[in-house]
Design a binder for this molecule. Structure first.
Ligand code: ZN
Length: 129
């Protein structure tokens, strides 16, 4: 008697973690935005899923975490960075933990609703990016 092969249920791809860049890596990725880790390919290189493209990033630029981000990152920019982006942004803005939308906020808010994906989340005031 043979055991029938059961169809393999594709397990949902579980991210190996989430990573974001600090100031030194800001030219590579959006500051304050968390990207899923695809794999850690060597001791120096981490491959991230950036808008469905695999992008290798030097690990030294990254802050890595193992739980899905649930709070808005707060990014403080310097005026010249804003000039480089070529768009007007407030000096401090928040980045949505779900869709990475950049959004301005009032200085005293604790929670923010994303204009784009409607996610409501707290601001990570204690963890400035
Ligand atoms: Zn969002």
């Amino acid at each position: 008697m043979t055991i029938p092969l059961r169809p393999i249920t594709p397990t949902r791809l579980q991210a190996k973690g989430w990573a974001r860049v600090g100031k030194p890596g800001a030219h590579l990725l959006r500051r304050g935005a968390w990207y899923p880790v695809v794999r850690i390919s060597s001791s120096h290189i981490v491959v991230l899923d950036v808008n469905r493209r695999n992008v290798p990033v030097d690990r030294r630029f990254l802050e890595i975490r193992y739980h899905p981000p649930e709070r808005w990152s707060i990014v403080r920019c310097e005026p010249r960075e804003i000039q480089r982006v070529g768009r007007l942004f407030p000096l401090t803005y928040a980045v949505c933990p779900t869709c990475r939308h950049r959004q301005a906020f009032e200085s005293d808010v604790k929670e923010l609703t994303c204009d784009r994906c409607k996610k409501v989340a707290a601001l990570a005031w204690d963890d400035l990016s």
